[in-house]
Write a new protein. Structure first.
Length: 85
């Protein structure tokens, strides 16, 4: 299974399970699989189900975008966002 580092967590809301992501390359869309790092430093994988820019729901985030991502676990600040290709 191929993987690509596509961005980084720049802010997190651990009680809400939301991370603010800055994409550096590639696009990310609803249904994509990603790997993140939880607060304990362990990797976890999830399917992208909800993304927002300025409180508006989006289906695709493009390279350079900063957006909120609903996560299944509290994530670690500055952790990489890995897209499973």
């Amino acid at each position: 299974m191929a993987e690509a580092n596509i961005g980084v967590v720049i802010h997190c809301f651990p009680k809400l399970f939301v991370a603010v992501i800055k994409l550096s390359k590639k696009n990310l869309k609803i249904g994509d699989r990603i790997k993140l790092v939880n607060k304990q430093g362990e990797n976890f994988t999830q399917t992208v189900e909800s993304m927002q820019i300025k409180h508006a729901q989006i289906d695709i985030a493009r390279a350079g975008d900063e957006f909120g991502l609903k996560t299944t676990n509290a994530v670690k600040l500055k952790s990489p966002v890995i897209k499973i290709l």
